[in-house]
Design a protein around this ligand. Structure first.
Ligand SMILES: Nc1ncnc2c1ncn2[C@@H]1O[C@H](COP(=O)(O)OP(=O)(O)OP(=O)(O)O)[C@@H](O)[C@H]1O
Length: 647
């Protein structure tokens, strides 16, 4: 039983209801009156949809104004049923799925009861039909059936016959009358022909009674809270299944947006785009070998092409520079792979285990492409790295060569006086490494390959001994620095230039690419960050748009008794289904995605390790989608999402 005491409601200072007091109980209660007289306003107030009014409304002693959100959803699932002018059914679901909607919150789905109600309302044959294929009269009976599934104590009907023809209006009114025998049925209508004389009639005009309600209410009813009101995981998944089936397009959009955002995030975080510019450097390294990253530091050279800083000088001008102390500065530098002295040896003779091995082509500045076994000579003893061609001539493997002692003798040029003086020197040294001495040089537009087979690299101790024997005193030893990366190479070169040293190296080949790469890495770094943000924003925008499109659906859930907790679970099962499908789709389409990213960024991103990150990213954007949808549900107001009143 409703008790309405001194209820007033104003909109912009105008009274929609003005100090109304009445009671409504079991049986038919009609609220009638001209358009704008306050009928719908009264309905919203007694149903709890509008809790902002003056005065008091109680149902069986419970203050409607003070109902909490969760109490209200309990009322909407168990005590109040709603019948609307435009039915408010989920049009893409079947009749049975609609009728079972409030039942998802009960412990068990009472299919038998649903069948009975459908039979009573003569729509049993339509159970599997989609609602959008039904006539208006049939839809209204489905809507009433859904509300009867709540076994409600009150039915609140807002213009239930407005959209129906005369025959269907009479049928609907007959149904409402028959169910009012043991319920409170409140009907707002302008169709006075449908009202019979023994009903309670509340006639309004400009927010006041035209006449006081005629009939007074019978006995006081008791409010009981017996029914369970929770959504089980099983029910959430069966609702999800119905929703996916009925709105497959919407589901697909969500799945695709999750998958695309996951892959975009992957490209961002994996730096695929940022690293795509590395390809040019790789190409150069494969053409010119690792020596491309070498910086030679020599005390004198004949200036010609070869250093970009000296190109403007006269060709063939002699350059002398003080490189003393520089070697020690770069030995432990973290940008340096290794350093090696560039001593040329003439007329080399090498004896190992009493056998002499001839070395051809002596007198060239040594060169190293790669260390292929052992290490560079860094120790305090007499150590040496030998050419692999020499090891081959011994007929042993590179590994077997390591640790062997060689007797090395050679002629060394002494330039101390300014003129070359040949001196002999010899040493016994231990082999610590074997090098590939291939060098690549551009000759007339072609890159030619040479092997410098007399490239012996001694430790500082060993070389000091040899040079001492040759009487060299003044000249600092020439050396090379192998930079770790082309970027390191250019940084060291710039640093040496600042010190007034002109190093030698393939700087023209590397510099432009390195500088361009740095620039594009910086740019693509911000571009990929932008893409990452865009991906998340895209998913959130799609969820928000979908959420708003689902406003009516959310409102129908709410008036069926779903609260935020129930929806959170439904949202969770929906998102889990979307995320799992998106992950599956990504795995299935990963070969295609790889082809696309290879074309765009010259890198394939979905290798097995990356796929795991892809799965995590999809889950992550799924969480963003979950939160956005949750916000859309929470923000849905039933009284605005579901149209009320006469239209
Ligand atoms: N949200 C609102 N904002 C401002 N004014 C409103 C609002 N809702 C209703 N009103 C006003 O309050 C008065 C009562 O409206 P209400 O919808 O309750 O009338 P009604 O009797 O249901 O009319 P109808 O039969 O046309 O649906 C009207 O003057 C209406 O313009």
């Amino acid at each position: 039983m409703f008790e309405i005491q001194k209820v007033s409601k104003q909109y912009n200072g105008e009274f929609a209801l003005n100090n109304i007091s009445l009671t409504m109980g079991k049986g038919m209660n009609f609220i009638v009156g001209a358009s704008g007289s306050g009928k719908t306003t009264l309905l919203k107030i007694i149903s709890g949809m509008d809790q902002d009014f003056d005065g008091e409304v109680t149902y069986c002693g419970k203050n409607i104004k003070e109902l909490t959100t969760s109490e209200k959803s309990y009322f909407y699932n168990n005590i109040f049923g709603f019948v609307w002018q435009d039915f408010n059914l989920l049009e893409d679901l079947s009749v049975l799925e609609n009728v079972l909607l409030p039942q998802y919150l009960k412990n068990k789905q009472n299919q038998k009861n649903a069948n009975n109600i459908l039979k009573e309302l003569k729509i049993f044959d339509l159970a599997q039909r989609k609602v959008n294929s039904l006539s208006g009269g049939q839809k209204q009976r489905v809507a009433i059936a859904r509300e009867l599934m709540k076994n409600p104590k009150v039915i609140i009907a807002d213009e239930p016959t407005s959209a129906l023809d005369e025959k269907n209006s009479e049928t609907t009114m007959d149904i409402l009358k028959s169910i009012s025998k043991n319920r409170t049925v409140i009907v707002v209508t302008h169709d006075v022909n449908l009202i019979d004389s023994d009903s309670n009639i509340i006639d309004l005009d400009e927010g006041k009674f035209v006449a006081s309600p005629q009939k007074n209410v019978t006995k006081i009813e008791k409010l009981t809270y017996g029914e369970s009101h929770r959504l089980t995981i099983k029910n959430a998944f069966s609702m999800t299944k119905s929703n996916v089936k009925s709105k497959f397009g919407r589901f697909l959009v969500s799945v695709l947006s999750l998958m695309i955002a996951g892959v975009l995030l992957l490209t961002t975080v994996s730096g695929t785009i940022a690293s795509s510019g590395q390809g040019d450097i790789e190409k150069l390294l494969s053409t010119y070998g690792d020596a491309l990253k070498d910086i030679s530091i020599v005390s004198s050279f004949t200036s010609a092409v070869g250093t970009d800083d000296n190109q403007e000088e006269k060709p063939n001008a002699d350059v002398s520079q003080d490189i003393g102390g520089l070697y020690d500065q770069y030995v432990g530098d973290e940008r340096v792979d290794f350093t090696a002295f560039l001593q040329a040896f003439d007329n080399i003779k090498v004896t190992v285990d009493g056998k002499e091995y001839p070395i051809e082509g002596t007198g060239t500045v040594p060169s190293i492409n790669k260390l292929i076994a052992g290490k560079m000579p860094t120790g305090k003893d007499n150590e040496v790295v030998v050419p692999d061609s020499f090891v081959k001539s011994m007929g042993i493997s590179n590994e077997q060569a390591i640790g062997k002692e060689i007797d090395f003798s050679s002629a060394i040029y002494n330039w101390d006086t300014g003129d070359p003086v040949i001196k002999n020197a010899s040493i016994t040294a231990k082999i610590v490494g074997v090098a590939d001495n291939t060098t690549y040089m551009e000759l007339e537009g072609n890159v030619e390959e040479f092997t410098i087979g007399d490239s012996f690299f001694f430790s500082k101790t060993g070389l000091d001994d040899l040079r001492g024997q040759a009487g060299i005193e003044n000249e600092a030893m020439d050396f090379l620095i192998r930079a770790k990366t082309p970027t390191d190479m250019i940084a060291i070169k710039d640093e040496l230039n600042e010190k007034g040293i002109a190093p030698l190296g393939q700087f023209e080949l590397v510099e432009d690419i390195v500088r361009l790469n740095d620039q594009t890495t910086e740019q693509s770094g911000s571009a990929s960050m932008f893409i990452g943000i865009l991906a998340v924003v895209m998913v959130m925008a799609i969820s928000l748009i979908t959420g708003f499109m689902r406003k009516r659906e959310f409102a129908i859930y709410k008036v069926s008794g779903f609260n935020n907790v129930h929806f959170s679970l439904l949202n969770l099962t929906e998102k889990i289904t979307e995320i799992m499908t998106a992950i599956l789709l990504m795995l299935v389409t990963s070969p295609l995605i790889n082809i696309a990213t290879k074309g765009l960024f010259s890198a394939s991103i979905l290798n097995s390790k990356m796929l795991i990150s892809g799965v995590q990213f999809i889950a992550l954007v799924g969480v963003a989608a979950y939160l956005t949808t949750a916000i859309a549900f929470i923000m849905t107001k039933t009284s605005t999402a579901l149209k009320t009143g006469d239209r």
